[in-house]
Design a protein around this ligand. Structure first.
Ligand code: PSU
Ligand code: MN
Length: 302
């Protein structure tokens, strides 16, 4: 097996103790330095406070690592030229000895291979606006359609076409439930304005759905637990609408495409909201990480 699983994570998996996978693209490409390293450490601490073991995932020198020590986290946060790796990039990075941060798609795949069932992130990738022209749909969606993982997120990034993304998830057969809400969350915003068909209210209920997924023995698809950022920590909706429109305009003007689109838009929002988008993003991720740890505990209790 090419995976390098840290001793702590390996022991927790073997003993069926709760483990939460964390992605690294948000650290390397989604948050500004030096805040990104503090956040990476803070998220790991939050998982531990809830009684679970954090397993941050990245590829270092061609090794897909599940569970990073502090030095490895520092590399992800600070190394210049660290790549952004979707799942399709993994064999290329492994064979060439490259280092890169893993997106939701690559993290979910590596977590599932390692035997980690619960994963927390900020917002999923999805269908971009103007997708009919650009064909830009995050590989996150296709991967979640064929990977048995539970991903806790604050919905999909609001820079995307949210209704088109929800439709794609339906078409792909990926289960989606709001956590404590009948509305799909809007990443920086508590409510995207679009409803969900299912609501779950406790970690135990989420674990029951995971067990039902396994019992049904259907396609190896994921479960998305959409957990809203608390309303008092969300980005002001008017500010969000205004700055997002500017960001999308700037992205088109500068001809940004492909993998660079998401980091460009997130960075634009941080700089033009005086950091308010960063605060909302962090509040969302923190809440997701804590909920994921509680779900992992309910799952481990069997
Ligand atoms: N959530 C965040 N910040 C991020 C991302 C998610 O709060 O930076 C990353 C995730 O790794 C996600 C990726 O998989 O953005 C999507 O990128 P793309 O649209 O290029 O697939
Ligand atoms: Mn994309």
């Amino acid at each position: 097996m090419v995976l390098v699983v840290s001793e702590e994570v390996r022991e927790a998996i073997d003993a069926r103790r709760p483990v939460v996978a964390l992605e690294s693209t948000i650290i390397a490409h989604g948050l500004p330095r030096p805040r990104n390293l503090q956040v990476a450490l803070e998220l790991e601490t939050a998982v531990r406070q809830e009684g679970a073991v954090p397993a941050t995932i990245a590829v270092l020198d061609g090794h897909p690592c599940v569970g990073l020590d502090k030095e490895q986290l520092e590399r992800v946060a600070n190394e210049d030229g660290i790549r952004k790796l979707g799942h399709r990039d993994l064999p290329l990075a492994v064979a060439s000895g490259a280092s890169g941060a893993t997106t939701v798609s690559a993290t979910a795949l590596l977590a599932a291979l390692a035997g980690v069932r619960v994963f927390a992130t900020g917002g999923l990738g999805g269908v971009h606006r103007e997708w009919t022209a650009t064909q830009d749909e995050s590989a996150d969606l296709g991967l979640l359609a064929r990977t048995r993982i539970t991903v806790v997120c604050a919905g999909v990034k609001s820079i995307l076409d949210v209704p088109a993304t929800l439709q794609r998830l339906e078409t792909l057969g990926v289960a989606v439930a709001g956590y404590g809400t009948g509305q799909f969350p809007g990443f920086y915003l508590s409510d995207s304005g679009h409803p969900v068909d299912w609501t779950l209210d406790t970690p135990g209920q989420v674990a029951d759905v995971m067990r039902a997924q396994d019992a049904l023995d259907g396609p190896e698809s994921a479960l998305i637990v959409a957990n809203p950022v608390p309303e008092d920590e969300q980005l002001d909706p008017d500010l969000h609408a205004r700055v997002l429109a500017e960001a999308l305009h700037a992205c088109a003007q500068e001809g940004v495409t492909g993998q660079a689109v998401t980091p460009f838009l997130l960075d634009h929002l941080v700089r033009h909201t005086d950091g308010a988008s960063l605060s909302a993003n962090l509040a969302a991720v923190r809440g997701n990480v804590r909920l994921a740890a509680r779900i992992a505990a309910a799952w481990a209790r069997g």
